[in-house]
Design a protein around this ligand. Structure first.
Ligand code: NAP
Length: 263
């Protein structure tokens, strides 16, 4: 692992909520700054955020990352993937995608390479070393990397398991929303309806941030809610139907819709 940390180049395509959290986790875990390469789409606030974090020297382009990096993490939104030209991707690079709902089949077609899907819990949990993720297929190098980043691993045995995992992994945000609306949430019911996902449900209930002000709760929810994504669909559902079971089902449905290419 030490030689990987010192020698390999890590590329992060997209540095919004989740990408920035991973970059911070890498730096906190001792990965040298000069091996971190970041691209984004030009938003001024992202440039300011990266400058303030002392990461200006890590700024790169998609092309440079795809040509040079050994590990390439995709942290753009599913609808932004089409803007990335993948024709020059380094032959032996590992491509790791955290795009919720985007299948290995679709990504393999785009990159003409094997793809590893990594679905993490919320950005704050990744930075603080209390996060977990689902990984598919199992990849020894990525497992070692996650261990170094202090990110736990929940194995899933088939790709379709990502739909449930993703919806259940964002429960901390939905529980915060339930607190804002004063609607109780029944953990036992969730555990009984999703028996194969006990670990992620237990993780979610033990990682709801406590003692937050109303504004802090809103900010925390917004970091998890990628526009057009699964959390956003679940928050919308919860606000309208006031039911956690409906919100989970609507989140799973949204993940399936993204996979099927429905907007
Ligand atoms: N947030 C979560 O809790 C979470 C959890 C699990 C999985 N995910 C997945 O992670 C992905 C990112 O989510 P997010 O919440 O971090 O979204 P986000 O905050 O909107 O970040 C997206 C990032 O991608 C950049 N970008 C857009 N087009 C690009 C391009 N063509 N080339 C390079 N960079 C580009 C954006 O640049 P600008 O900064 O310039 O706009 C931004 O930095 C999504 O696919 C989501 O499904 C998110």
């Amino acid at each position: 692992m030490n030689s990987i940390i010192q020698k390999e180049k890590f590329g992060f395509i997209g540095c919004g909520h989740l990408g920035f959290a991973f970059v911070q986790a890498f730096l906190n875990s001792g990965f040298p700054r000069e091996n971190i390469h970041i691209s984004y789409s030009g938003r001024k606030s992202t440039h300011e955020k990266l400058t303030q974090a002392g990461l200006k020297d890590c700024l790169s382009t998609n092309d440079a990352i795809l040509i040079n990096c050994d590990y390439i993490f995709l942290f753009v939104r599913p609808d932004q993937l089409g803007n990335i030209d993948t024709s020059h991707t380094k032959k032996d690079a590992l491509i790791i995608s955290s795009l919720a709902g985007v299948s290995i089949g679709e990504l393999s077609n785009k990159f003409q390479k094997d793809i590893i899907r990594l679905m993490p819990t919320n950005p704050d949990s990744i930075v603080s070393g209390s996060g977990i993720c689902a990984l598919y297929p199992e990849a020894t190098k990525i497992k070692a990397l996650l261990h170094k980043l202090k990110i736990g691993l929940i194995p899933i045995n088939k790709e379709s398991g990502f739909h449930c995992f993703t919806a259940l992994s964002v429960l901390p945000a939905i529980i915060l929303q339930s607190e804002l609306l004063s609607v109780p949430v029944d953990k036992k019911k969730i555990l009984s309806e999703y028996p194969g996902y006990t670990s992620i449900i237990e993780w979610a209930f033990s990682h709801v941030p406590s003692a937050l002000t109303k504004n802090e709760k809103i900010s925390c929810i917004s970091k998890t809610a990628t526009p057009g994504g699964i959390t956003e669909a679940m928050i919308f559902s919860f606000k309208n139907k006031k039911s956690i079971m409906d919100a989970i089902r609507d989140g799973i449905k949204r993940s399936q819709q993204i996979e099927e290419g429905l907007s």
